[in-house]
Design a protein around this ligand. Sequence first.
Ligand SMILES: [Zn+2]
Length: 221
Amino acid sequence: MHDTAELQAAREQLVTYSTRLVDDGLAVGAAGNMSVRLGDIVAITPSGIAYHELDAADVCLVSLSGAELDAPESPSTELPMHLAVYAATNARAVVHTHSAEVIALSAACPELPAVHYAITGLGGTVRVAAYARFGSAGLADAAVKALDGRTAAILRSHGAICYGATLAQAYDRALLLEWLARVYRLARAYGEPKILSQAELDEVAAEARRRRYGQRRRPAP
Ligand SMILES: [Zn+2]
């Protein structure tokens, strides 16, 4: 078991970011969910509780196979998808949104193309996963498939899923994805958008690595 201080911090972080989910327009009501992995434990938001009523004590702890270790409420219905992402990637946090721009895009487009170079932060062009019912094993499979080589995927007529090394990073990626979908929609209003080539994206990724983008020179205090 992880030390309780670490688990408590994860519970509180999940409540903080869940509240932001509604404020930032990434979900409405109790939609969307998020989790953090600490070793072989996953802390995940409960199912069906409005975020403004969510308390750290409501956050559920499950094993990597989904066994409930401490679940005062029912774990999120998308637990199978979260666990599938942890099994298939090096994710330490997963954020699932029901944000309007990506859902609108998913109903009309097969992918979110590289309309802005920041998409390299998600691994490149973001795929739209095949539709499958919420909470199903089929949705978990489709999400993992769409995430191949990416840190974000769009779930057709449902929402988005993003992961990262921390909850803050996964959440920032969800915001970036929503912003990119909006930029793409705006660009389409002018005509057929010009899309960045793979060579242009590779150049951006190489330069970001060289500059160690996103990393402070001094360790955070
Ligand atoms: Zn959902």
